[in-house]
Write a new protein. Structure first.
Ligand SMILES: [Zn+2]
Length: 419
C-alpha cells in the first residue's frame, strides 16, 4: 500500500486515490463504480466520501439517470472546493481560467499582449493576484503554459519574441525566492511548455489516454512536439524536452530564431502559412490573417500539411509511437489536407513502420490542451497526502463564501472557446 502502514496513513492514501479517481474520470463515475474500481469496501467508501465532503473537497449529486435499482450518487467537485488557476500564454494573448477537480474550466480572463515579457506577464500576474484574493484558500496552485522551452522550473526562451531566460514567476510577481514570504493561499507556481502541457492533458483526458508510447504535436505560430511514454511527456534533463520543432526534419535551410538552421517548425504553423502567401510573419503577430490563409489558400495548407507529414515520418521511424496526436492548427491541417499529409508521411516510413502505420488523430481537447495540462500540473501537486493535509490546515471553519460567478462562463474540458 505504497508504504502506508498505520490506519491514518492508509486513510490518507485512500482519500488521495478517491479524489484522483474522481478528477481523472471528469467527475462522471458513480460512487459504486469508483468503489469497485478502487477495490474499496462499501462502508469504507461511505466513510471516505463523508470525510471528504466535510472537508469541502467533494460533493455528491444524484446520477442523472439510473435505469433500475436505488438512486446512485456521483461524487464531484465541492462548490467551495479546491481550484487550480491555469494560464495559457501564447505569443499574442493569454487566457486565465479556474479549474475544479474533475477538470471543469471557468474562463476568468482573456487578453491580448504586446509580445514583451513585461507586457505579457505583468497584467497576467495582476489578474492572478486579484482572483487569488477573491477566491482565497480555494486556490491551491497556479499553472502557467508558455510557448517556449522552460528551464529550471521558470526560465523561458521564446525565440520568435526575443525572450531569453525570462524569469516567469518573478515577472508574474509570484516568485518564491529565499526570504520571500509565501503568498497566502496562492500555493505553488508551476511553469511549463505549452506542448508538454498539451501532451499531458491528452494523456490524462484525451486521445493518448491508456497509450503506452505516443507522439504529441502542437501547432500554433510554429510547432512543438514531445514523446509521451506511459502517460508522461519526456521532459529531458533540464525540462526542455518538447522541442521536435527545432529538428531539421524537412530539409530546409532557413535560419531559425532559435539559433539553428532548417528547423521543422519553420515550415509548419501560422508563420509558415503567412510566409507562403508572402505576408509579414513572426513576432507573434498575424493570427487572424493566418486563420484566413488556413481557410482559403489550398496551396499554403497543402505545403504545411506535407511538411507536417514528412516530419511525422521521421519521428515515427525513430520512436515507434502507437498514436500521433495533433493539437492547435495541426487539427485543421489534418482536416483540410489529410490526404496530402499521409502522402508525404507514408512513403518516408520504414517498411516495418507501415505495417500498420500509427494512427494520426486530432486532439480531443481542441485548443484547450495547454491550459488543461497546466491545471493537471497543479492538481498533481495537490492530490497527495501532504497537499490534502495543507488544505485542512488552511481551511477556515467560518466565513466561507462562494465566489461571484455571474460574470464568468462555464465550459467543459472539451468545450468550445467560451469567450
Ligand atoms: Zn529552431
Amino acid at each position: 500500500m505504497n508504504g502506508a502502514t498505520t490506519s491514518g496513513e492508509l486513510r490518507a492514501h485512500n482519500r488521495v486515490r478517491l479524489l484522483r479517481a474522481v478528477h481523472d474520470c471528469g467527475a462522471t463515475s458513480t460512487r459504486s463504480r469508483l468503489t469497485r474500481d478502487l477495490g474499496l469496501a462499501r462502508g469504507t467508501a461511505s466513510v471516505l466520501v463523508a470525510g471528504l465532503a466535510d472537508d469541502e473537497l467533494l460533493h455528491e449529486e444524484p446520477a442523472p439517470e439510473h435505469a433500475r435499482g436505488r438512486p446512485t450518487q456521483v461524487p464531484g467537485p465541492h462548490p467551495r472546493g479546491p481550484l487550480a488557476l491555469a494560464a495559457d500564454v501564447r505569443e499574442d494573448a493569454w487566457e486565465l481560467a479556474a479549474c475544479e477537480l474533475g477538470g471543469r474550466v471557468t474562463v476568468l480572463d482573456v487578453r491580448p499582449h504586446d509580445g514583451t515579457p513585461q507586457g505579457a506577464l505583468a497584467p497576467l500576474g495582476e489578474a492572478v493576484a486579484a482572483h487569488t484574493s477573491r477566491l482565497g484558500h480555494r486556490v491551491v496552485g497556479v499553472g502557467v503554459a508558455l510557448a517556449g522551452p522552460v528551464r529550471f522550473g521558470g526560465l523561458v526562451d521564446i525565440a520568435h519574441l526575443g525572450w531569453r531566460s525570462v524569469n516567469v514567476p518573478a515577472l508574474l510577481g509570484l516568485s518564491r525566492s529565499p526570504g520571500d514570504a509565501p503568498r497566502e493561499g496562492a500555493g505553488e507556481v508551476t511553469v511549463g511548455n505549452d506542448t508538454a502541457f498539451a501532451a499531458l492533458a491528452e494523456a490524462r483526458r484525451g486521445r493518448l489516454r491508456g497509450v503506452r508510447v505516443g507522439l504529441h504535436l502542437h501547432v500554433d505560430f510554429d510547432l512543438g512536439g514531445v514523446l509521451v511514454v506511459e502517460g508522461r511527456p519526456l521532459g529531458g534533463a533540464s525540462g526542455t524536452g518538447a522541442e521536435f520543432g527545432h529538428m531539421p526534419l524537412d530539409g530546409g535551410d532557413r535560419p531559425c530564431m532559435c539559433g539553428a538552421i532548417g528547423c521543422w517548425g519553420m515550415d509548419v504553423g501560422a508563420n509558415a502559412l503567412l510566409r507562403h502567401v508572402g505576408m509579414e510573419h513572426g513576432g507573434g503577430r498575424g493570427r487572424e490573417q493566418a486563420e484566413r490563409v488556413l481557410a482559403t489558400s489550398e496551396e499554403a495548407v497543402a505545403a504545411g500539411a506535407a511538411a507536417l507529414g514528412r516530419g511525422i515520418a521521421a519521428l515515427v521511424n525513430a520512436h515507434d509511437p502507437e498514436v500521433v496526436t495533433l493539437s492547435g492548427h495541426g487539427v485543421e491541417l489534418a482536416e483540410r489536407a489529410g490526404g496530402t499529409l499521409l502522402r508525404a508521411c507514408e512513403p518516408r516510413l520504414m517498411a516495418i513502420r507501415r505495417d500498420p502505420p500509427p494512427r494520426i488523430e486530432g486532439s480531443a481537447l481542441g485548443w484547450r490542451g495547454a491550459l488543461l495540462g497546466a491545471m493537471e500540473s497543479v492538481f498533481d501537486a495537490f492530490l497527495t497526502p501532504e497537499g490534502l493535509e495543507r488544505w485542512r490546515e488552511n481551511h477556515p471553519d467560518q466565513g466561507r463564501d462562494t465566489p461571484e460567478r455571474r460574470n464568468v462562463t462555464h465550459s467543459t474540458p472539451q468545450g468550445d472557446k467560451p469567450l
